[in-house]
Design a protein around this ligand. Sequence first.
Ligand SMILES: [Zn+2]
Length: 185
Amino acid sequence: MKWINHRIVSGMAVYVLTHDITASIATTATSVFPDWIEGKEYDRNVHRKTSHWMPLYAVPALLLFAYLYFSHCFINITAYLFTSVPVTTQTDLNKIYQHVLNILFSGSDLSNPHLTDVNFILNLFFYAFLGPIFHILEDAVCGKVPLVSLKKRHGVRLFTVGSFKEYFFVISFIAICIIIVHKGL
Ligand SMILES: [Zn+2]
């Protein structure tokens, strides 16, 4: 899949699941990581091997998920950053910056004693790990990737990279996401 399409599909999927634009941006940013780490030169001995090995990203993501879930520290990052502060004037904007700085540097936010800056950053990390996970799943519909064992690769080829079918797939995916968000499903 083309990088732009990896970004669009991964970012939209996270937005539909979380309604959290900050989480979505974190995933979008890392969604090309498995290709990026391979370097610019295409090398078929390297492509879609270790860099696309699912457990490398799925294990840390699962651990983070379990920790955040069971310690009740999963947050909607955007809502948290902008808690009850309407964005209207410069004073309000200053309040938001102050709020963000408090979370990042003073250790915790008083409105949620569980939520330390570490937990806040762990939320961001969780969504950053989702980027490569979505990337590998997306590659698995246009080729083969190592989902479990590094020796065995799985996937189906619904379309070839950069083909008309790929763009059709992405546009259909965007349409479905918009409908889901619009209908509030
Ligand atoms: Zn890839």
